[in-house]
Ligand binder design. Structure first.
Ligand code: NG6
Ligand code: CA
Length: 508
């Protein structure tokens, strides 16, 4: 009897420290916003804008103050999210044109593939931006490989970004609504004969370009890249949020027999910011604020749908952003003029494209009704860690090399975070270790004057202690040479020497 008692006590104890857990198979939804900053959410301190639905997730789930995207731009962060692999290990993981080939190897393990093995149905709805096809894409036949070949049973996507052609939706490899008599042609180098462009035809524009973004005009908005044909398939920018949300709702409503994994890639608040008319003026910040309000409403609709379907208790929701904020990212849209006292980066330095904190430290929360207790966590976590953590949750033995199993932390049962994290911004990398950040010297300008963001590049090393200086104002290299050397050694050990090879910055 005593023996059984002892076994029972050991079992309970192991359970308490989180070592023994029955695998669980809740539905999993990752809501991934595009360019939403650390300070853009009211739960993270925004006062000039209100995000009640994002706040609901933050206040009723685990809200991370030190949650990181893997890069300060979109493609590398998405690559890392779906593979659990650092983006600097894949040279192609940088901002892609709309014609780029798929950068995830179809033989590679991915988050959706891992979850499929655990019995999940998987879907991506929204922004993709990880490339499609293997070379030259013919947009008029089946486009593959793409999301379906890297683990998604269902895919309803925009290929790249809202500011890049092709400006059409693609469903499981086929352009939605394409008229075969009006085929699509895409070229990122040359215009098609006689087509108006943002550069030559400003009179046709409803939104003026500031830098880049002056090629083919769609819906009065000049884009990156040239596109011809596909008239009936072109998206309506102001309806994009509703369009993706409808797809999301329909997907949730029809998936009942198996658990599902849904990767919901919202387009907001990336440029061009095109709020639906019912959100115009929703904030005092102009279109950038208004599309954040629109995105927040979409989050609310998603929660409501889960509730109506009786799925909320059985769905884990992860909310985050692919990189930090930018105000002027290439269009005149009043983002700067109407910003007022809003600080999209919150207390952090830098923004999108930056190696400083605001480039990669983003809103990050996990919500699971009844299973996760409300908590504010200061643990250092990365989106990279979702792969291994969700693997353990669902009973998979698979782990990804760069992905730390932080399930207990994500569930709010532990305060333990990562020890180290390599930060990335436009191919430059830096080290976060404990509370310290070390940025090696990089050539090139310290500020991108077009977007007006400090990039973190400097001729000399930078060392910051975030526990005392979250805004990275005081460079401690001279005061603390031992720490600097320790950080350089650690960085070189994880990262290797090839970070030095970066000659030309990607400052597009
Ligand atoms: C840049 C674009 C920027 C944005 C970014 C990608 C120019 C001048 N700038 O090259 O507007 O599209 O790429 O953003 O073209 S991301 O969030 O998808 O990484
Ligand atoms: Ca982005």
């Amino acid at each position: 009897m005593k023996k059984y008692m002892l076994l029972f006590i050991v079992f309970i104890a192991l359970n308490l420290v989180g070592c023994v857990k029955d695998p669980q198979n809740p539905n999993i939804i990752i809501i991934y916003t595009d360019d939403l900053g650390y300070g853009d959410v009211s739960a993270y301190g925004a006062t000039e804008i209100s995000t009640p639905n994002m706040d609901f997730l933050a206040n009723h789930g685990v809200q991370f103050s030190q949650g990181y995207a893997s890069s300060a731009t979109c493609t590398p962060s998405r690559y890392a999210l779906l593979t659990g692999t650092y983006p600097w290990k894949e040279k192609r993981a940088r901002i892609l044109p709309g014609t780029a080939p798929l950068i995830i190897d179809t033989a590679q393990m991915t988050l959706p593939k891992m979850l499929k093995k655990q019995g999940y149905e998987t879907a991506v709805i929204g922004k993709w931006h990880l490339g499609l096809g293997t070379g030259v894409v013919d947009w008029n036949t089946q486009i593959k490989p793409g999301p379906n070949e890297v683990g998604f049973d269902h895919a309803y996507i925009m290929a790249a970004t809202q500011d890049r052609v092709p400006t059409v939706y693609i469903e499981n490899g086929y352009v939605d609504g394409l008229d075969p008599n009006d085929p699509i042609e895409i070229n990122y180098d040359e215009n098609f004969d006689d087509q108006p462009t943002g550069k030559d035809n400003p009179e046709l524009l409803s939104m003026m370009w500031h830098h880049g973004h002056n090629n083919t005009i769609v819906n009065g908005v000049p884009r990156i890249g040239f596109m011809k044909g596909g008239e009936s398939a072109k998206w309506s920018d102001i309806d994009m949020a509703d369009h993706f949300l409808t797809k999301v709702k329909n997907y949730i409503k029809t998936k009942k027999d198996k658990p599902f994994f849904l990767y919901y890639g919202m387009q907001q608040p990336h440029v061009p910011r095109t709020p639906h008319p019912r959100f115009v003026g929703a904030t005092s910040l102009g279109p950038r604020g208004d599309v954040i309000a629109e995105a927040d409403w979409c989050v609310g609709e998603l929660i409501k749908t889960l509730e109506e379907e009786g799925l909320l208790e059985n769905t884990l929701i992860v909310f985050s952003s692919d990189n930090g904020p930018v105000l002027n990212d290439g269009y005149y849209d009043d983002a700067v003029e109407k910003n007022g006292n809003h600080t999209a980066a919150g207390v952090l330095r830098g923004g999108k494209y930056s190696l400083y904190e605001a480039g990669t430290r983003v809103p990050f929360m996990m919500y699971w009704k009844g299973k996760i207790q409300p908590k504010k966590s200061d643990a250092l976590v990365s989106q990279l860690d979702l792969f291994s953590s969700l693997a353990r949750l669902t009973g998979s033995d698979l782990r990804a090399d760069d992905s730390v199993d932080l399930l207990d932390t994500f569930m709010g049962n532990s305060d333990m975070g990562r020890e180290d994290l390599i930060l990335e911004a436009t191919t430059r990398t830096a080290l976060r270790s404990g509370d310290w950040v070390m940025i090696p010297p990089y050539p090139g300008p310290s500020v991108n004057t077009k977007v007006n963001i400090e990039l973190g590049s400097s001729n000399s090393y930078q060392l910051y202690n975030l526990s005392q200086d979250v805004g990275q104002q005081v460079n401690l290299t001279d005061n603390n040479p031992e720490k600097l050397n320790e950080m350089i050694s650690r960085f070189t050990l994880i990262r290797g020497e090839d970070y030095k090879k970066i000659k030309k910055l990607e400052l597009k």
